[in-house]
Design a protein around this ligand. Structure first.
Ligand code: UDX
Length: 447
């Protein structure tokens, strides 16, 4: 099928590439000329495993192209996806300005009947606004062309986006039109073999489904972080508790890892936006507010542990902390809402210096923070330790999982590890003569 995608961010680029990979002809449109030029040369602006070779192969095969020419891209498309960004507004609600701008552009250039599918995470009711925006442009042109607006939210995870897109666990399609659902079934048929993954529903339910999925996952994390806080106080180990509850299929093993808090481009923004939608419609979102509040507190928790270890903020002045991990999670260079950013800020305010390493996000950190005396960006985990007094880990990259604790004991001036992702066995660390501080691991608390 002939597909056009507005927006070459995470969702647009990955979806477009995967649709091309299964044989559709895909045109990706973006207003950013430099980005489009780069993509035409095979330069992928984000780090996502497997994406770059796939972009290049499909581009070379003529199935995937990039353009700023919206008119040409809209004209021949059977399905037009809107996958532009929805950044948070000042009040936390999702800003749909770019979505509506894309809708108007579609309305200005539509030549033949098409399905407009919204992939961006948008507040409930946005599909109606998209429909109105397109209809207004068509009537201004004095033409009557049939179109349908469908909600088709994307559930891909950064770092596994290509895999998620090629092997989706479900494909949600929100539309009142049987014909639109049938067309999207045809589009997604290559991803829908063996068993039917398509869940069709009304438009508003599809829009809410995306928020519900992310808010539920964020709630699981905040719940475990709450339990971790209690475990710390009562002298229990949340890691044992996690193992004790995960085998119940109603709870499950996924997303019950306590840690330094959730970050990224989705959870913080979507929980806020859903709470905002609830308030706007007269529902007080008590649980969503709590999910957010717990996460805010959690992002500062590793620093709290440092204060306890050092006996107050003054003792941190002049210390050098090695920081392993900058990205909000492994396998990405994304630092949006990353817990590392809060910790860096707190350490700098306390007068400490940081030597940081991340396998992918060092360049992003340099872009965010520039040159400063209290930050050294290192090119290996080993280099970050040189001259450091303590080690803090905030991203669970595989390569941080089994360090040589005896060597760490010799290197770290104060022989202390602050493990923001519970990667290590406290007994093993302590046996090496290093003080261990983890999340919710009451057994090692020294009051
Ligand atoms: C998320 C959703 O998983 C995805 O379905 C949706 O489409 C977009 O939002 P993503 O933001 O890429 O994806 O990251 P995810 O892997 O979900 O992790 C989010 C954050 O939660 C990370 O900071 C991670 O460290 C944290 N996390 C995750 C925990 O603290 N504990 C867990 O048990 C799981």
């Amino acid at each position: 099928m002939q597909v056009t995608i507005f927006g070459t961010g995470y969702v647009g680029l990955v979806s477009g590439t995967c649709l091309a990979e299964v044989g559709h002809r895909v045109v990706c449109v973006d207003v950013d000329q430099a980005k489009i030029d780069g993509l035409e040369r095979g330069v992928v602006p984000i780090y996502e495993p497997g994406l770059e070779p796939m972009v290049r192969a499909n581009h070379a095969a003529g199935r995937l192209s990039f353009t700023t020419d919206a008119a040409g891209a809209v004209a021949g498309a059977e399905v037009i996806f809107i996958a532009v960004g929805t950044p948070p507004d000042d009040d936390g609600s999702a800003d749909v300005r770019h979505v509506l701008e894309a809708a108007r552009t579609i309305g200005r250039h539509l030549q033949a009947p098409a399905i407009v599918a919204s992939k961006s995470t948008v507040p409930v009711g946005t599909a109606d606004r998209v429909r109105e925006a397109i209809a207004a442009e068509l009537s201004a042109r004095g033409v009557g062309i049939e179109f349908d607006v469908v909600s088709n939210p994307e559930f891909l995870k950064e770092g596994a986006a290509v895999e998620d897109c090629m092997r989706p666990d479900r494909i949600v399609i929100g539309s009142a039109s049987e014909a639109s659902i049938a067309s999207l079934r045809r589009l997604y048929a290559p991803f829908n073999r063996n068993h039917d993954r398509i869940v069709s529903m009304d438009v508003r339910s599809a829009e809410l489904t995306k928020y519900a999925a992310n808010a539920m996952l964020a709630a699981k994390i905040s719940f475990m972080n709450e339990i971790a806080g209690i475990a710390e106080k009562v002298g229990a180990d949340v890691e044992q508790v996690r193992k004790g509850i995960g085998s119940d299929p109603r709870i499950g093993w996924h997303f019950i890892y306590p840690g330094a808090g959730y970050g990224g481009s989705c959870f913080p923004k979507d929980v806020k936006a859903l709470a905002r939608t609830a308030v706007q419609h007269g529902h007080e979102p008590l649980l969503l507010h709590a999910v957010e509040a717990v996460n805010e507190r959690q992002k500062g928790h590793l620093f709290e542990l440092m204060l306890r270890h050092y006996g107050g903020i003054d003792a941190l002045r002049g210390k050098t902390v090695a920081l392993w991990g900058l990205a909000f999670k492994p396998d990405t260079d994304d630092m949006r809402e990353a817990s590392s950013r809060r910790l860096l800020q707190q350490l700098w305010e306390a007068g400490a210096r940081v030597r940081a390493f991340d396998p992918e996000a060092v360049r992003e950190a340099r872009r965010l923070f520039g040159e400063r005396d209290d930050l050294v960006l290192c090119d290996s985990d080993h280099a970050a330790l040189q001259g450091a007094d303590a080690l803090a880990v905030v991203t669970e990259w595989k390569q941080f999982r089994s360090p040589d604790f005896a060597a760490l004991r010799r290197t770290l001036g104060d022989a202390a590890i602050f493990d923001g992702r519970n990667l290590y066995d406290p007994a093993e660390v302590e046996a090496a003569g290093i003080a261990y501080w983890g999340i919710g691991r009451g057994r090692s608390i020294r009051e």
